[in-house]
Design a protein around this ligand. Structure first.
Ligand SMILES: [Cu+2]
Length: 273
């Protein structure tokens, strides 16, 4: 009882942290899933952030994404970017806006995060060709939140290089009118039929070093805990120490984001829309 209460308290203190409960009913085996946490951090001063989990059981990959600060009611293209051939890609930053137009577009960002490896659609094909299939991408709710879960079968290359991939979500709202339109940032360099706002990246996250699933969780009691909504992996803190660390990292990220936002507002302050 004491253990469980402590764990629940830790969870309450760090609600953004998603971790995966794995292997709770069986000893370690090859079938035990491996879990990886991803923190999504804003690009393009979007204010968007989120948490994602990747869980691998053999070639079955389950992807959970919870993000906010997306454009309300709009579809968000989302992908696993990167290489399964050992190239070192990573999330970009504002310096990668090589044409200095103030927008980090997908072509500029691809230099850093690599090509689309898997399109995280809600149904149907998940290949790179579905990268701009916005009709099969998740839509943000009225509050700009996206909740996504899908299990797909991936290649052995993806299994072997899962830590080299990154999640990128796309869609920004430069003119703050709650839609993608060409008035915000012109046409997309990828497809002139789409506004730039629909394809520019809004956040990116790299797989964290530690594989959560490899942390022993034997003896954890799973029954009777608070119910999670359908799209969320059962959350479980792996230890108070880890919780404190993650919480500290979280506040740092928030502080940086605030500074970035303040800087943006100052820069744009008093300017025309
Ligand atoms: Cu992408």
């Amino acid at each position: 009882m004491i253990t469980r209460t402590g764990r629940r308290l830790a969870l309450t203190a760090v609600p953004a942290v998603l971790a995966l409960a794995v292997g709770v009913s069986s000893p370690a085996s090859a079938e035990e899933p491996e879990g990886f946490q991803i923190n999504l951090e804003q690009l393009n001063d979007s204010g968007s952030k989120g948490t994602a989990m990747l869980s691998l059981r053999g070639k079955e990959l389950t992807v959970w994404i919870k993000s906010e600060g997306m454009v309300p009611g709009q579809p968000s293209a989302q992908h696993l970017h990167g290489s399964t051939e050992g190239h070192d890609f990573h999330c970009p930053d504002a310096n990668d806006d090589t044409n200095r137009d103030g927008i980090l577009n997908n072509t500029e960002a691809t230099v850093d995060y690599g090509d689309i490896n898997i399109s995280l659609t809600v149904s149907g094909d998940t290949g790179a060709d579905s990268g701009l299939a916005v009709d099969r991408m998740p839509k943000a709710d009225a509050e700009g939140k996206v909740s996504y879960k899908r299990t797909l079968t991936v290649s052995q290359d993806v299994v072997d290089h899962i830590k080299d991939l990154h999640i990128v979500q796309h869609g920004i709202d430069r003119n703050d009118n709650d839609k993608y339109d060409v008035e915000g940032a012109g046409k997309s360099e990828l497809d002139p039929k789409l506004p730039q706002e629909a394809t520019a990246p809004t956040n990116c996250g790299m797989v964290e070093g530690a594989a959560v699933g490899s942390i022993p969780v034997g003896g954890v009691e799973t029954g009777g805990g608070p119910a999670e909504d359908a799209g969320t992996p059962r959350a479980l803190m792996v230890g108070a120490g880890g919780g404190v660390l993650l919480a500290a990292a979280g506040s740092l990220a928030i502080a940086r984001r605030r500074n970035a936002l303040v800087a943006t507002r100052t820069r744009n302050g008093g300017g025309a829309a």
